[in-house]
Design a protein around this ligand. Structure first.
Ligand code: ATP
Ligand code: MG
Length: 192
């Protein structure tokens, strides 16, 4: 019955775990992007939507979200820093991104843990290796000159968050649902 299908749909939320980018870094990235890519390179992601995805969950029920939130709350890991020193283009998916040449171990561990917990809860995970990145432009399917260098923004990561992705008047917006701290201390500035 159409009614039932619709009800089921509305109780599902599209969710993902991600690292938040501080507003100052989002703004720096916007300026760097404007200086380094022509308008025809692709569709710019708005500053407020810039993030680094750790694990994509898809459309999930409240019950599944609750389980994943409980598991996220039991993660005990130290914070780390991430330097966005790499930039690239995936023409197949039309994405231009900022990433890191040497992702810190803490970042890889956190993503791995969240992704395996998600998979165990039935959230299908891509078989592609995790490539931490911040999407800058979408719809970038044509060849584009990629700048030789980034401006090396450095994120000090002391928490991670669960986000909901919602369509508001045709635009994708993310809402932070919950955040969890990563422990401080014992962190060397360049601990990779
Ligand atoms: P839109 O799809 O509306 O253009 P978006 O891709 O930013 O915008 P979502 O599709 O809701 O929004 O994705 C939320 C986050 O999860 C983004 O970082 C996106 O790259 C990532 N993501 C989406 N689908 C997958 C997937 N199948 N596997 C891994 N990550 C994904
Ligand atoms: Mg998408």
């Amino acid at each position: 019955m159409i009614d039932t299908v619709d009800k089921t749909k509305t109780s599902l939320r599209r969710m993902f775990f991600a690292l938040t980018l501080p507003e100052a870094i989002q703004q720096d990235i916007v300026q760097w992007r404007a200086a380094n890519f022509p308008p025809e390179a692709g569709r710019p992601i708005v500053a407020a939507n810039m993030h680094l995805t750790l694990a994509f969950l898809g459309e999930i029920s409240a019950a599944k979200a609750q389980v994943l939130q409980q598991q996220a709350g039991r993660i005990s890991q130290a914070g780390f820093s991430v330097t966005l020193d790499d930039v690239g283009h995936w023409p197949g998916s039309g994405v231009i991104w900022l990433g890191c040449k040497n992702p810190p171990r803490g970042l890889l561990q956190l993503a791995q843990l969240l992704r395996s917990q998600a998979a165990r809860s039935g959230c299908a995970q891509t078989s592609l290796p995790f490539h931490p990145h911040v999407t800058l432009l979408r719809g970038a399917t044509r060849p584009v000159v990629i700048p030789a260098k980034t401006n090396n923004q450095r994120l000090c990561v002391d928490h991670f968050s669960l986000y909901e992705s919602v369509l508001v008047r045709g635009r994708t917006r993310y809402t932070k649902v919950q955040s969890w701290p990563l422990a401080s201390g014992e962190r060397k500035p360049d601990d990779v």
